[in-house]
Design a protein around this ligand. Structure first.
Ligand code: GLP
Length: 244
């Protein structure tokens, strides 16, 4: 779906998330959200916060699982996705802190494999992800599933693509400060979500969006795996759609 700009599009996405949370609340169920970082979802979070502040939306029944975190990374670091999520969403809504799950970038290397298995297991214990929000990297990544990621991959540690590190350089005051690795949900973790919305704004995403939508399914552009998902919508603005 192509929108003129990201403002109205983000409001529509936030409303779909709010409707799902409310519907689950009415059924006495928890709502499991898979959440993304980066600039793309910021306006969606803004709108969710607005709906909460206006009294229309509570996060009491919401459980969240974030897609990824840099590795190594401490939560108190300004560049951590932990910090990002609290700044843009969690500090402003009534979610129970124990319902927030963000991969840790601070696990000793020898414990990482088990940590990733446990993260994956916890998602399953909650019955899987009801709604997954995604952005897309210029490398074709979703979460931090860089080119070469396997369709059946689960939560794991990965090496960041050069393009991804270059794009993050301004946040870290230079590419040399960008972590080389990250912990990310896998392609399979994402594909198991019942509903997925991927957001893409601006001309910088035009080329990768064209490949994602019109190209062959390939691990070279991991976002192409979404072509096989039964309930995915890609929401973009006119600039991101310019090469379709
Ligand atoms: C990061 C995140 C991704 C995100 C991507 C795009 O690398 N790990 O989940 O989709 O950046 O970022 P932006 O939305 O800022 O373009």
């Amino acid at each position: 779906e192509i929108f003129e700009n990201s403002v109205n599009a983000s409001k529509i996405v936030a409303q779909e998330i709010a409707d799902l949370i409310i519907q689950k609340q009415e059924n006495g169920e928890q709502c499991v959200l898979g959440l993304a970082t980066g600039s793309s979802p910021i306006k969606v979070y803004e709108e969710l916060v607005r709906l909460h502040k206006s009294g229309e939306l509570s996060f009491r029944n919401v459980v969240t699982f974030n897609l990824d975190e840099y590795y190594p990374m401490k939560i108190e670091n300004q560049q951590s996705y932990y910090h990002f999520m609290h700044q843009h969403l969690f500090d402003h809504v009534d979610i129970h802190p124990e319902n927030i799950n963000i991969p840790s970038g601070d696990i000793p290397v020898e414990e990482l494999d088990q940590y990733c298995i446990d993260y994956e297991m916890k998602i399953k214990q909650y019955g899987g992800i009801d709604f997954q929000l995604l952005g897309i990297g210029r490398s074709g990544h979703i979460g931090f599933n860089e080119p070469g990621s396997h369709r059946n991959s689960g939560t794991r540690i990965i090496t960041l693509d050069h393009i991804t590190r270059r794009d993050a350089a301004s946040d870290f005051n230079g590419i040399e400060n960008v972590p080389k690795k990250a912990v990310t949900m896998g392609i399979n973790t994402i594909m198991n979500a019942k509903r997925i919305i991927l957001l893409a704004w601006g001309h910088k995403k035009a080329s990768v969006l064209q490949e994602t939508i019109e190209g062959d399914i390939t691990s070279t552009i991991p976002a192409t795996f979404l072509q096989d998902h039964k309930n995915t919508t890609i929401i973009c603005d006119a600039e991101a759609a310019s090469e379709l």
